[in-house]
Design a protein around this ligand. Structure first.
Ligand SMILES: [Zn+2]
Length: 441
């Protein structure tokens, strides 16, 4: 095996510790992109930066004053709305987790206290219809500070928004037990458009360069977290696989990628798939030659996408959701039986950069390590020190073998470019339900 857990581990250290928080659209995310590009170049790959626009929060401040408790620590949910400078005062109404059945009749000046998140459109729409003056979200874990999150612009544009802030779990608990009745919420939010980027390193196939696969993982982190397990570790696996295959070669083209802004709603992978779709539309519109069926668009050339998101956990369960033909699922399973690690397989829709590809008809398999340590994900506790080097070897060796056996070496590519109808439906529902936004209030 060529895959080195130590080398992957070193990439995690640079990204999650030396560079640190790599929030979408930030200078640190750009710094990490430059690091990945240097690595791809050093491997001798053709590199490119794929830019895209992303909306990120500007200045964000919040405060919550509660009669009988004083001022509570609070963070605003970005891209919602600001209050007047003095804030909004009103009656506190506990609406449980905020589903429609818990909502009161709309009355002016109510401040909703909600446990959890603003949620998907089918929850968010009735919430907005009941016209709260402001919303206070109680964090769902006692281990975390109020997080800095963002409402998706798609949801805001579709349903509107009211000033929304997050408070600590303990403060929400105290406030309820004391029976506090009134509060004043102050929130100041703004947003701006920035450039982010995907980083590509392409290894041209020596025999069938027109058959391409994508191997990737996102390199950005949430605003408040170092994103070591999620997902410097996954990006590091893709980077180390790039080194491995640049040495051993491949009959087919392998396009390695680290995606930007996954945590803001799969923005990087979505931007890439959009670019593929546009190029495809242009490609089919132009008059093709006699052998036009041989002349594939970049989207048609993309036969498979392997995504690595969430790795490096000491205690964890390996999980592999597959969205592709039966042979792909079988290949994934058989290889795990042959060499490990033990994995759980299903055909669920994994909320990560594989999903936009599946949406465009490209078969996908995602590789995550999940379990108890997921409690660190999207928090400041997801640090380099938590990453466990020895957990990288089994998945690295598995992927090296998988790609060698089914992509780099075989005479014919073994997986049809098709997605089972059930999976396609799940992916469609996913995009409909989310209207984007992975970490959001
Ligand atoms: Zn992730």
């Amino acid at each position: 095996m060529l895959f080195s857990a130590q080398k992957a581990f070193d990439h995690i250290r640079v990204m999650a510790k030396d560079i640190g928080i790599r929030a979408g659209g930030s200078p640190e995310e750009k710094q990490a992109a430059a690091y990945v590009e240097r690595h791809f170049k050093a491997c001798g790959l053709e590199t490119s930066i794929e830019p895209f626009d992303v909306e990120i929060p500007g200045k964000a401040e919040a405060a919550v004053h509660v009669d009988g408790l004083g001022e509570l620590q609070a963070r605003p949910v970005c891209a919602t709305a600001s209050t007047p400078p003095r804030g909004i005062e009103g009656d506190l109404v506990f609406v449980e987790s905020g589903e429609e059945v818990f909502l009161p009749r709309s009355k002016p000046g109510q401040i909703f206290l909600l446990y959890g998140e603003l949620g998907a459109p089918d929850k968010y729409e009735p919430l907005m219809r009941s016209e709260p003056a402001a919303i206070i979200l109680v964090e769902n874990s006692r281990f975390i500070e109020p997080r800095l999150t963002k409402l998706s612009n798609e949801k805001r544009d579709a349903f509107g928004a009211v000033p929304t802030v997050r408070i600590r779990f303990e403060d929400g608990d105290k406030l309820m037990r004391k029976g506090c009745k009134r509060a004043r919420v102050v929130a100041k939010v703004s947003h701006e458009w920035k450039k982010s980027q995907n980083v590509w390193g392409v290894l041209r196939g020596t025999e069938k360069p027109w058959e391409e696969i994508v191997v990737g993982g996102h390199y950005d982190s949430v605003w408040g977290g170092y994103g070591a397990q999620d997902n410097a570790a996954g990006a590091a696996c893709a980077m180390e696989l790039a080194r491995v295959f640049s040495q051993r070669g491949s009959k087919r083209t392998i396009r390695f990628c680290t995606f930007g802004c996954e945590e803001l709603g799969l923005r990087g992978s979505t931007a890439h798939v959009e670019n593929l779709r546009k190029a495809h539309a242009k490609h089919v519109a132009k008059k093709r030659g006699k052998a036009w069926k041989m002349d594939w668009s970049p989207l048609e050339r993309t036969r498979l996408m392997l995504n690595v998101d969430l790795q490096g956990l000491l205690f964890g369960d390996n999980y592999c959701p597959v969205g592709g033909p039966a042979e792909l699922m079988s290949a994934c399973k058989l290889l795990a039986s042959e060499m490990g690690p033990a994995m759980r397989f299903d055909d669920e829709c994994y909320s990560s950069d594989n999903t936009p590809f599946a949406h465009a008809g490209v078969p996908t398999a995602a590789f995550g390590r999940i379990g108890v340590e997921l409690m660190w994900a999207h928090t400041p506790a997801d640090t380099f020190d938590r990453c466990w080097k020895d957990s990288l070897a089994p998945i690295g060796h598995y992927l090296e073998t998988f790609i060698s056996r089914w992509v780099a070496d075989p005479k014919s590519f073994p997986f049809k470019r098709e997605i089972p109808e059930v999976h396609a439906k799940k992916v469609k529902e996913y995009f409909k339900g989310r209207v984007f936004g992975y970490v959001e209030g």
